[in-house]
Ligand binder design. Sequence first.
Ligand code: HEM
Length: 183
Amino acid sequence: MTDEWGPLGPLVGDWEAAGGLDAAFSHSKGEVLQTPYLEKVTFKPFGPVDNGDQHLYGLDYKTAMWRGDEDNPFHTEVGYWLWDGATDEILRGFVVPRGITVLAGGTAAADATSFTLHAKKGGDLYTIGENQYLAKNASTLSYEVTITITGDTWSYAETTMLQMKEFAEPFAHTDHNTLRRVG
Ligand code: HEM
């Protein structure tokens, strides 16, 4: 991809991997489970998007994760990645269909191959919205993801801190995977 997409350029395309691992509290089992998963991700480029003098280039993305041989994914996301070449600001805005939206942000140079984005509940810039049930029972306090791009693969490691009614202390819901290019 051309320079306009900065650090996001190498992500354009289709990616897959079976090596994902999720740590979450399972309501059906009543305990914290480590769940391996298969993931398929697609990134499509667009841009520019102009906000006055600001010119953003982005990727629209969707991802889905399956456990075992189940037909339906147990987690999906749709959203946008955005990069502002004038300020190096990088953003990931996405929806988790539990009723959660996240706008995570940070900075990354045009040639960066590793960067970290974060959001926190009530944050001025980068923040999290959630539904009424989750606010009472499993509220997302913060979200942080580190991306590492190595060419034919890219990896993420993310931590979603949840205030869950089952635990007195915030619980670290974590996910990581290394994706390989399939298209
Ligand atoms: C690879 C990414 C992710 C996977 C595979 C995943 C998977 C899961 C799983 C298996 C559960 C347990 C559901 C249950 O058995 O009750 C869960 C719960 C939850 N996840 Fe995720 N998750 C991911 C990312 C996220 C993100 C990014 C957020 C928010 C920013 C999030 C928010 C939540 C919340 C709030 C719950 C608790 C729901 C409840 O307890 O009622 N997850 N997730």
